[in-house]
Design a protein around this ligand. Sequence first.
Ligand code: ADP
Ligand code: MG
Length: 324
Amino acid sequence: MGAGYDLELINLTKKYGDTLAVDRINYKFKAGSYVCLLGPSGCGKSSTLRMIAGHETLTDGSVVLDGFDVSTLAPAKRGTAMMFQSYALFPHLSVRDNVAFSLRMKGVDKPTRHAKANALLELVDMTSFAERFPEQLSGGQQQRVALARALITEPKVLLLDEPLSALDPFLRIRMRSELKRLQRELGITFIHVTHGQDEALALGDELVVMNNAVIEQAGTARDVWSAPKTEFVARFMGGHNVISLDGGKVALRSDEVRLDKNGLAATVTSVEYQGGHVALTTQTDSGEEVLALVPETDFYASPKNPGDAVNLAWDEGRLHRLLT
Ligand code: ADP
Ligand code: MG
């Protein structure tokens, strides 16, 4: 394992009976980075995370953390910790005792584990709720407790499986910036599973896009979004048109399609005002749908309606040829 890498997956494979959930994944996670593991439902994200955490056995391959093969170690012995989607707090324990739970299992004395739990409650801004029980907390507060409970083991890698999906949209956006802040403060690796591309773009230093049990593309958030390598990634990440040109397929950002005097002939099929820009859905003469996001001032200089003929243009250099 090269220097600077915390966690490495080698040929990681999971089969459930005949279902191949994870198919020989290889990946090195950079130490101290915020990584989003992204992909549609059923592509193998949770299975991958659970194998890293030790909550699922590996069918094949290995999980290597800081140079040690941890593939067969119990979850608590790996240096990883997992925050579950459901938070899984113990209803009969106070917030402080929930956070201190794993230390109690390790036989740490009460004053020590309470002091540590208090420090973590402080970190997640939950000090004043230490005596409460989980049912007396809102969803967002329960989540902070679950975070503190996972972090008390001082993991090298924190694994989060769709941690924001149970929150309402407003709270989701607030909590995601808190997760990012926590990760920066702690300097450990976060691996955050999500099926939402907005969430992944907002949080991830690095994105790992999965599809059908394999990694389809990985890289910085900006690279993955702006230079998708496959049709799947272009469509899944959004913001791109996939167009057939010269016998191949290309991706073209919707915000880089202009209406011009010359260009690909198309007919406007719908017009949607979206504030800063107007979304024009068009159909080319060969029957392909192309979305153009036109800045609102440009649009209103020459408004279009459904049925209007337009010409679509773009800079050649902005086309990304896709692998098939
Ligand atoms: P994701 O988290 O990306 O939605 P999962 O890792 O949960 O995907 O699932 C990947 C595939 O493995 C799916 O086809 C799913 O139905 C299957 N699967 C997941 N967990 C189990 C299980 N415990 N038993 C059988 N099949 C499972
Ligand atoms: Mg899942």
